[in-house]
Design a protein around this ligand. Structure first.
Ligand code: MN
Length: 449
């Protein structure tokens, strides 16, 4: 189960756009990625300036492709995610894998075609890597996604959000040690999705990935560090996160498309490089649809599960791309009693603390269609009755409008479900009325248009 296998599958379905024009790694490739963002195809850059190999991008750029990676229909995605989070499965560790085909004798990060994405970026950044690490006693393992800034031929800077890898690093640091890591680029999309899943500290996301892949994920042990990598990764950097050396990271663009604040972050010393013979380098556009989907989709599942506990049925959840896949949610529910809409909002805010604005609609509204959502707000929502405002609470650090000193933000919930106090007919959308024969004629008109 590899990225390559997935790309072959996508090639058969004609989901890959092969780009023959020459592009540079500095700005040009990212410019093409941005121009194809939102519902765009997988991009394969075949002619990269001063580089022999190929770069792929936007692999997980649509919900359809993520569903295909997990081998489920789109409407079964959340069930599949939650099921795998609850039933992690240890992958087999094998001796050999295709990532071991080439072991570089010297470390030289300038040989890797890392992209520079936006105007004010500090340096080229690796953005699609998953990072595996173990606690010093080997009892806790973790896999997560981190951006990595290229410092020079052998050193990177890693952004550690205070979560699980940060905790493992802090534990190593307290023991006076560096933390060994495997930085894996070009893994199967299911592994990326597992690495961005909100499972507890102590759950190894490789086990979640293996569950996604029906026990077909194989790992190898690294040569020079105490960490593991998928045996069929395209490229693996073996490194040590320094327990003593930290410098200012960035500037770099985060999920909202604005520049993140700069912070001191630890240096990673790369001690080994291995890769497939003709490895494909995977790029990922910061703040692009792919970034937003990989971060957002697992949290949609959390919201779906939490709201399901307070209302009879949840139709769908959309952490909208416009809301950066993180700050805005639209949730459709089957409302049984007055007040269900507001309970759904409260459950959603509790399930995803970064959520800032949320809209709840009835099942007849498509949460992926912004026109329908706006129509529901226009015709079913009364601001004096149906609005929840929560001032000064903790939200996302990525919200540019949050209070600069306290980090606090304010939240808004819009209950745009039909009120039961008024006659149902007032809220029904008028439907057309034709027989099946004519409906198929209309369908044909569309196929020809
Ligand atoms: Mn974790």
């Amino acid at each position: 189960m590899s990225l390559r296998g997935f790309l072959e599958q996508m090639e058969r379905q004609r989901k890959i756009l092969h780009i023959k024009d020459r592009v540079s790694r500095r700005f040009e490739a990212a410019c093409v990625m941005k121009s194809f963002d939102f519902e765009g195809p997988i991009l394969a850059f075949e002619d990269v300036e001063d580089y022999d190999g190929e770069i792929v991008a936007n692999v997980c750029g649509t919900r359809e492709r993520i569903a295909a990676a997990l081998a489920v229909e789109k409407d079964q995605l959340y069930n599949r995610l939650i099921e795998a989070w609850r039933s992690p499965l240890k992958p087999k560790i094998v001796k050999n894998g295709s990532v071991k085909e080439v072991r570089e004798t010297t470390v030289d990060l300038s040989k890797i075609p890392v992209l520079t994405h936006f105007e004010k970026d500090a340096a080229p950044y690796i953005t699609s890597a998953i990072v595996h690490a173990k606690s010093l006693d080997g009892k806790v393992e973790n896999v997560s996604v981190h951006r990595l800034q290229i410092l020079d031929k052998t050193r990177l800077l890693i952004r550690l959000v205070p979560r699980h890898l940060f905790k493992l690093w802090s534990m190593a640091k307290a023991a006076g040690k560096d933390l060994d890591v495997a930085i894996c680029v070009g893994v199967h999309p299911a592994v990326l999705l597992a690495a961005s899943s909100p499972v507890d500290f102590g759950v190894d996301e490789f086990d979640v990935a293996n569950s996604f892949l029906g026990d077909h994920l194989h790992l190898i042990n690294c040569n020079d560090v105490e960490a593991c990598a998928p045996a069929e990764s395209e490229l693996v950097l073996e490194g040590r996160i320094s327990g003593t050396e930290e410098i200012l990271e960035g500037p770099f663009v985060d999920i909202t498309g604005t520049y993140d604040v700069q912070r001191k972050q630890p240096i990673v010393k790369v001690v080994g490089v291995m890769h497939r013979k003709d490895y494909v380098y995977e790029a990922l556009l910061p703040s692009g649809a792919e970034h937003r989907l990989l971060m957002g989709l697992p949290h949609e599942a959390l919201i779906w599960e939490a709201v399901s506990k307070v209302v009879p049925k949840v139709g769908a959840v959309n952490l909208t791309l416009g809301g950066s896949g993180w700050l805005h949610a639209v949730i459709s529910i089957e409302k049984q009693t007055e007040g269900d809409g507001k309970n759904a909002l409260i459950a959603a805010f509790a399930a995803h603390p970064s959520l800032k604005h949320a809209v709840v609609v009835d099942l007849d509204i498509d949460v992926f269609n912004l026109n329908e959502i706006e129509w529901a707000v226009a015709t079913r929502f009364q601001v004096t009755e149906d609005l929840i405002v929560v001032p000064n609470v903790r939200g996302s650090t990525l919200d540019s409008s949050a209070n600069q000193e306290t980090g606090l933000t304010s939240k808004m919930g819009i209950d745009a479900t039909r009120p039961f106090s008024k006659p149902k007919e007032k809220f029904d959308r008028a439907k057309t009325c034709v027989d099946k024969r004519f409906a198929s004629i209309v369908e044909k008109m569309h196929n020809c248009a």
